[in-house]
Design a protein around this ligand. Structure first.
Ligand code: C5P
Length: 242
């Protein structure tokens, strides 16, 4: 848990858009936002040049590619992500301890070499789209909570800075991993907002009160009539709740 963060610094706005023009328009409108998530869709469309462009605007980038491959490949991808300005990055914890450890090492090595702040590597535990029966079908014990805890502990042991998990798992992950480990949660909906396709949602204030460090929020901000006003309302909701 990172109590020093201001509410606006806890919000990672998900740029789930198709192209650079749409992404940059959102970054431009969201002057109060400090962190933006670039995921597979936008990265596949625009590549690392967009990371450099957003970084040059003074914004932090959460590169959410959920890497999963052999340690050498993931390590080198993490290095190149850092080189191109990613401040936070995701890798699948199920890729194993050596893979995560290599990514953490190469990312720090690259940041130190370039004088960048040390990057935050986050393990993806179990995707919230998977249920107990999905785990069983790929040969895992059909208990998502137990699997999330196992992978969070492994991510910590491998030297990652934190994990991405669903808001309903915040407390059990915090208990397992201790106060310093970062917890990043998607599936956040401001009070009164539509849940869209998210099945289990939590308000920003509740997620932070339960121990989440960063909130990944997409459509409630990006599809609002005024993204800036929606962002500001979430900040106020967090301020009131903190
Ligand atoms: O628009 P919304 O706020 O639902 O966006 C949430 C973001 O978090 C999306 O980019 C989505 O891919 C991501 N995410 C999620 N649920 C997870 C993991 C990631 O919604 N379990």
């Amino acid at each position: 848990m990172t109590p020093a963060l201001a509410p606006s610094q806890r919000i990672i706005t998900a740029l789930d858009v198709e192209n650079k023009a749409q992404a940059l328009a959102l970054v431009d409108q969201l002057g109060q936002a400090s962190l933006f998530k670039i995921g597979l869709e936008l990265f596949t469309a625009e590549g690392p040049a967009l990371l450099r462009e957003i970084q040059a605007l003074g914004k932090g980038i959460f590169l959410d590619l959920k890497l999963h491959d052999i340690p050498n490949t993931v390590g080198e991808a993490a290095r190149i992500g850092v080189r191109n300005g990613a401040r936070m990055m995701t890798i699948h914890a199920s890729g194993g301890k050596s893979m995560m450890a290599r990514a953490a090492e190469t990312a720090v090595e690259e940041a130190d070499k370039r004088g960048f702040p040390r990057p935050v590597l986050l393990g993806v535990t179990i995707l919230t789209s998977l249920q107990n029966e999905d785990l069983a079908s790929v040969g895992m014990a059909p208990d998502t909570s137990a699997q999330v805890l196992r992978l969070a502990a492994l991510a910590r042991a491998a030297g990652l800075s934190g994990v991405v998990c669903s808001a309903k798992e915040i407390e059990i992950v915090r208990k397992e991993t201790g106060p310093e480990f970062l917890i990043v949660t998607p599936g956040i909906r401001p009070a009164g907002a539509s849940a869209q396709d998210q099945k289990r949602v939590m308000t920003p204030a509740e997620a932070v009160a339960r121990g989440s460090d960063y909130l990944v929020i997409g459509r409630p901000i990006t599809q609002a009539a005024s993204p800036a006003a929606a962002f500001a309302a979430i900040v106020r909701e967090l301020e009131a709740g903190l």
